[in-house]
Structures are given as C-alpha cells and as structure tokens.
Design a protein around this ligand. Structure first.
Ligand code: UN1
Length: 535
C-alpha cells in the first residue's frame, strides 16, 4: 500500500495489510465474498474486505432486532445523549474520516471533511429532536375523552447508501433512527466499505461505553444478495435507500409488496436558471460549484443550465474560463478542486454521454476528454464538460437522462415561464428502458425532481419560482446553487427521485409509528358520531 493510503487508514485503525472485517453486529466478522476497495485516484487496492455471508446477514438482522427490543425503552433524551457522544467522537476524527472519504470515494478533502461535518450537524439536530419528538392532544367530540397522537419507535431500519456520500447520508438516517428509538442495519455501497467500517467502529465504541448492544448500529457490507435480504426481510419495517432510479424502483416495489415503509433518494436531473438581472458574481461561481463540485457526482449536482438570451454568451464564456482553469489532482492535497470520478463504470458513462453529444452535433465548449497523461491515467480523471445541444426538446434523451458525471448541458431561453417549463419537463418516470436496463444503470441516475435553482434579483421572479406554477422539485433555491443543502430542512425530491424526505424538517416523522389513542376518563361510554347502540 502506498504511504499516502496507509497513513489515512492507520489514522482510523483500519488494517493496512491482510483482510478487513466488513460485518458488525456487536462483534466484527465477515466470511462472505471478498470485496476490494479501489482508490479512484491511483487505482491501488486499498483493502480486501470480508463481506457478510447470507448466514451472517441473517444473524446480524436477528441481533439488530434484539438490540431494538431493549433500545426502544431507553427514554428519548437518553438516546439523545448517546447521539451527543457519537457527535463528539465523530468530531474528534473529523479530519481523519474526511481524508478517508477523499481516499476511497475520490471527492476533494474539503468536501470529504464537509461530509463528516454534515453527520456531526445532524447529530446535533437529533440531540435537540430527542426532546421534541412530540405527539399531540386532539380535541375529542365526546365528554371526558382525550385523543392522543403518539409516536413510538418503528423497529429495525435498514439503510442502503450510495458511493457518492458514503458517510453523511448514513448519518442522516442513523441520527433520526436512533433518536426515534430504532436500531439500524447499514448496507453501504460495495465500493466504499472502508468509510462504513470506520464510521461503525467509532459508533460501536460509544455504544460499548454506554453498555448498549453494538447491533443498535449494525453493519453488513456486501453486494446485491445482502441488499435483497434486508429489503425483503419482514422484520425491517423501514428501508431507506439511496441510489439509482432503476434499483430504487425494485426496492420500492419489494418493500411496498410486504407493506413496509420506504424512503427513496434516487438522484436528480437538476437545473439552474439564470435571469439577466442576476448578480453574475454569485451566479457564475454558483453554477461552477454546482456542476463541477464532487466531479458532478452529487445527487444535487447541476446538470442542466438555462440562460436568458441577453446574458447567455457572456455567461458561458466566463464559465468556460473557470472550467478550463480547474486542475485535476490528488483529492487529498489541500489545493485540489477536481478529484477523480469514483470508478471505471462512472468514466464509461461519461465517455458514452460525450459520444452521444458528438453524435447529435452538440457544441462542446470545453472538456469531453479524459486525462490520459500520467499520473492521472492511473485514476478516473475526466475533464469537466459544457455542451450546448442543438435540441431544446426536454424529452430528448440528452436532457431527460441524467448522467452522473461532470457534464453540463446549456440552453438559451427568452422568458422565465419557458425556463420553468423546461425545469419541470423532466419525465415523471424514465421511459428509456435501454438506460434503465443497462449494466451501467447504477451510475446513470435518471431521477427527476430533486433540486433546482434560480438566479435573479427580481422579487417577482422569485414569487413565480416558489409558487404553484414554479419549480416542482423538492429543493427550490434562489441565488444558491442546486447542491450543498444544509441538514436543517428536509432533504429529498419529487417524481422519480422518490418523494421521501431525510435529514431535517419533518423527516423524523417517517422513522416512527403513529398511534391515535382515545382515552375515556369519564363514567360513560358514548359512541362517536352520536351512534346509539343500546338495547
Ligand atoms: C447526495 O448527493 O446523495 O445537498 C446527497 C447536498 C448534500 C447532500 C447530497 N448536502 O449536495
């Protein structure tokens, strides 16, 4: 292992030789298939992870269920105290974990650390929430009666997370689940097992110190079989899945068929709209970060850019200059802004989209090529790309299909209504079966309706944008890019992004079961609606 990698792993006590256990249910184990964690920057194998065998997955589920049976009785503010300790433990390892995210996922250091910060933030949020997960008292129509709406824990929550946010998205789910009194079982992306092992180790220490079962926050690394076991288990009332629309559809249907609950976060084909009155000194860097940040691999990344005719040429020229000046580099180096794509499959999706752009004679303003020279040829480095397709028919594949890569397609509009129509014109569900069935579908998210942003200083535009005829996405920003949401608001999208909500706002309400409880304090037993049933 290179010293670059071994330094990052050692700082988190991950073995730098031999095999690493990828299952935790109170004990570390793993006797299933070996999964390799590959560094996107250098191509080196960072670790060989022993994943969960089918039997180990079953045992881990069983242990998680048992852990839930005791954990649910811990008063919510006590659960908050556990989260406060998890928060502190994460914060103590913020830099180290951030570096591991950069090493294994490939995002740049400031974003790797930012992701750990997001986990810390949601822990803070959930500590407060642990004293505020209130039900309510409803007025009864019957004398001497009260009706309570009571939240109780749900049970085991399975969290299936994606490669692009290997720490934060689990954090959102863990923090709300734990505050609500649930136990979680985590199946991370098969390509980022080390991030999940490091996070689980940190949480396990806290649970141990508090004499709580480790399976309150269990981990099962593995592939499709492990995911299917969790999704199909009748002992898992809630499955929270982040990933492609293709797999999301399968998960959603499987969980619904057994009347389980599901939260889906399936990416987004997000747009930014720039009006002529916008403050360009904000809009240009905002679109730049939205489209190139994380090498275009956020669910919230800007993929479509709609420019008002009056400013389009100048805007594209300035944006192109920024694109041309960004340098690839080791994501662990402090001054790098462009890291690699996560894996080879992602690069081939980039290549495929560039080919498609060429075949439809789109104007490619910059990018369109991989970095083939050393040292970048060892990793998955691509040039961020701006293209202007000839067609502005949003049903055209180039607009209606989201490519999970740093490719930004631009179009020119004349009035805001048109741009909003384009923003909303992405299909409710993807109809392109060739995309959905492609083996690359894992990295071709086709989901629609997650994030959107409008750049303007005119309050009338803002009114339109936020109102009933405005953006139909789950995230509707003004003078702020499509990506980089804070944890305080609920996070999620509409249409084929899945409608679920995670993180802040009212998202916690999905992690509990609600009971309506009528209590009769009186000496009479009147029936509701005045029904008379006496002999
Ligand atoms: C994701 O890409 O799955 O809003 C999550 C953002 C981040 C989370 C993205 N806070 O870009």
């Amino acid at each position: 292992l290179s010293s670059r990698a071994s330094g990052v792993l050692s700082a988190l006590n991950i073995p730098t030789s031999g095999e690493v256990h990828g299952v935790y249910d109170g004990q570390w184990k793993g006797s299933g298939d070996i999964m390799e964690s590959v560094c996107p920057t250098t191509g080196e194998v960072l670790a060989r992870v022993k994943t969960a065998s089918p039997e180990e997955t079953e045992i881990a589920l069983e242990k998680t269920r048992e852990a839930y049976a005791s954990f649910r009785n811990l008063p919510a503010p006590r659960r908050g105290e556990i989260l406060r300790q998890i928060r502190t433990a994460l914060s103590d390892k913020r830099e180290e974990l951030g570096a591991l995210v950069s090493l294994e996922m490939g995002k740049i250091k400031t974003e790797g650390i930012g992701e750990v910060q997001e986990f810390i933030d949601i822990c803070d949020y959930a500590v407060g929430l642990s004293r505020m997960m209130n039900g309510r008292v409803v007025a009864s129509e019957r004398p001497g009666h009260s009706i309570l709406e009571v939240p109780n824990p749900l049970g085991v929550v399975a969290v299936l997370s994606a490669f692009n946010f290997p720490v934060a998205v689990y954090g959102w789910n863990l923090a709300l689940s734990l505050a609500a009194g649930n136990a979680t079982i985590w199946k991370p992306s098969p390509t980022t097992p080390l991030c999940s092992i490091a996070v689980t180790s940190i949480i396990a220490e806290v649970l141990k110190k508090n004499e709580l079962p480790g399976a309150v926050a269990g981990l099962v690394t593995g592939g499709k079989d492990v995911g299917e076991a969790l999704v199909n288990s009748h002992d898992v009332p809630l499955v929270s899945f982040t990933g492609s629309e293709r797999v999301g559809r399968i998960v959603g249907q499987a969980v619904a068929s057994r009347f389980g609950k599901v939260i889906l976060e399936l990416g987004g084909n997000n747009a930014s709209i720039v009006m002529p009155d916008a403050d360009m000194s904000l809009a240009i860097p905002g679109v730049f970060f939205g489209s190139v940040g994380t090498a275009g691999q956020r669910c919230t990344s800007t993929r479509r850019l709609f420019l008002h005719r009056d400013i389009a040429t100048g805007f594209l020229e300035k944006l192109r200059k920024l694109y041309m000046s960004i340098k690839p580099g080791d994501p662990l180096a402090a001054d790098t802004l462009l890291g690699p794509m996560h894996n080879k499959a992602a690069v081939s999706v980039y290549d495929g989209t560039v080919e498609h752009l060429q075949s439809i004679s789109a104007e490619v303003l910059c990018g369109g090529k991989k970095f083939n020279e050393a040292p970048f040829n060892a990793g998955n480095f691509v040039r961020p790309t701006i293209a202007v397709p000839r067609s502005v028919d949003m049903k055209d594949k180039i607009w209606s299909t989201e490519t999970f890569a740093p490719i930004l397609n631009a179009a020119v509009f004349d009035d805001l209504e048109q741009a909003i129509e384009w923003n909303n014109a992405v299909p409710q569900v993807s109809e392109d079966q060739s995309v959905l069935e492609s083996p690359k579908a894992e990295v071709v998210a086709t989901s629609q309706g997650l994030s959107s942003s409008l750049w303007t200083r005119d309050v009338r535009n803002i009114g339109k944008w936020l109102g009933p005829s405005g953006s139909d996405a789950g995230i509707v920003n003004v003078n702020a890019g499509t990506s980089g949401a804070e944890i305080g608001a609920s996070f999620g999208g509409n249409k084929s992004t899945g409608w679920g909500r995670e993180s802040g706002g009212d998202a916690w309400k999905q992690y509990v079961r609600w009971s309506a409880c009528t209590i009769n304090f009186s000496d009479e037993a009147p029936l509701a609606q005045g029904v008379n049933f006496s002999l």
